[in-house]
Design a binder for this molecule. Structure first.
Ligand SMILES: [Zn+2]
Length: 145
């Protein structure tokens, strides 16, 4: 299926709605989740893999960073102040790179852009992980792992 645009948004209502694309059962967590762009329609990871694999990868990177070791290990430890400033600087650079490589309509750009406009630390963390994990065109050396 073409024309399906997905985005990562913070899921604050942990309802068990079926996947908006294929109708499969979803098991959403509060925090960042996959949605149909412009809506609160949950999307399962299988559909995510098909339509926006980079976003699914961001989510799993975020989850594993967050759950490794201590059950509430955050990507960025508290206190946030200095880290947040560095985070915003890094993200700002990534935003320009993403805009050039993927375009400003790409969900990854919107994620990073949205996070930079807001002041939600969790959104910044998601965007940070996402921005570090996106598949760069033409600079294979920058690929993580
Ligand atoms: Zn689905």
């Amino acid at each position: 299926m073409n024309g399906v645009t997905l985005e990562i948004k913070l899921n604050n209502a942990a309802s068990n709605d079926p996947c908006e694309v294929c109708g499969a059962r979803t098991d959403p967590e509060t925090g960042p989740e996959l949605f149909l762009a412009g809506s609160w329609g949950l999307v399962c990871y299988e559909c995510g893999d098909e339509h926006a694999p980079e976003l699914v990868r961001c989510l799993s990177a975020y989850r594993s960073a967050r759950t490794s070791g201590d059950e509430r290990t955050y990507v960025i430890p508290e206190p946030y102040t200095r880290e947040v400033r560095e985070l915003v600087n890094t993200l700002d650079g990534e935003r320009q790179e993403i805009a050039l490589s993927l375009g400003t309509e790409h969900p990854l750009f919107k994620l990073v852009d949205g996070a930079l406009r807001g002041d939600d630390i969790e959104e910044l963390q998601v965007a940070y992980v996402a921005a570090r994990g996106w598949p760069r065109v033409g600079s294979a050396g920058a690929l993580p792992n």
